[in-house]
Design a protein around this ligand. Sequence first.
Ligand code: CP3
Length: 357
Amino acid sequence: MAAMSTDSTGAAARNSPFVRACRREPVPHTPVWFMRQAGRSLPEYREIRANVAMLDSCRRPELVTEITLQPVRRHGVDAAILFSDIVVPVAAAGVDLDIVPGTGPVVAEPVRTAADVQRIRPIGRDDVPYVDEAVRLLVAELGGTPLIGFAGAPFTLASYLVEGGPSRTHAKTKALMHGDPELWHALCGRLADVTLEFLRVQVAAGVSAVQLFDSWAGALSEADYRRFVMPHSAKVLAGLGADVPRIHFGVGTGELLAAMGEAGADVVGVDWRTPLDVATRRIGPDKAVQGNLDPTLLFAPWPVIEAEVRRILGEGRAAPGHVFNLGHGVLPETDPDVLTRVVALVHEVSARPAERG
Ligand code: CP3
């Protein structure tokens, strides 16, 4: 595979079941990958990360490459996702933060004022050279398996910056949004610029698709989403253009699915709360969907999992394109063998030999 030229691996990735499903083209089987597929569910990940802090590991291209490849080798998923984190570009933009094990991102000085917003610098390729290098190494190693790049959406990033860390209620974030809309839009405008540049670096280095994670957008009403968040996410998605498919994902976004599609996605991520046939009616016929097995169901007996996978594949047929995934990330306690079995089952149940060409 290492012998394949960059052009031929790029062409193979563009013609892969994953990219074809994102583009609503016929596929030989429904493609599957898992959010957080590279991570603590894998013993080989825990071993390689044993003495390396999370943010440090994201800045070492060889380590990023190895961790990204682990789930591809083990599970036979249809796509790799770059090992990184949504706060990596924010740290590169000068914000003092860390990822605390068991907690998540923690920001030293939460954003409260216009001066705090000013301190978030624009970034370019030279602020994240390790991401550019890791993507290039991975595209060469993957030999035609598509690589998904990603970034955090402005709202989800803003929540970490304003709260100072993970929040259940997003109370300070909503207080800023409604109490000082001008400052809110200034903050999200800066974050949109950082996110767009971070994604552009990944696209220029060769990723085959990108996913914009607005994980916490489901905390908002549709009206607030459209007014305070959507314009900034739309700027990111429009800025990328349609060269690579754009997946737009959030949790608890049943009421926001149409708006998240309108923001400029090619594929809308759906959590387990909304069946995919219902989701596709809300999103419309011109976008694919991704999802949506409840990650906690991976702890249920196999016959339950099998029935759920079959149900989701059936409901996914209502959409013009379906990428199988979980409704949110793999939980660390998940048995990796169950994930491997799910991949095989999705491929088997969805195989369409007549369309193989
Ligand atoms: O496999 C993949 O999906 C790619 C890697 C990836 C990570 N973070 C690695 C990671 C991706 C896509 C992310 C995105 C991310 N990071 C999101 C959006 C996705 C989502 O889950 O909604 C969010 C909200 C974050 C912020 C963040 N970073 C959290 C909440 C945590 C977990 C904290 C904990 O310890 O439970 C992190 C740390 C993190 N990012 C880990 C991994 C594998 C765990 C840290 C470790 O392994 O030591």
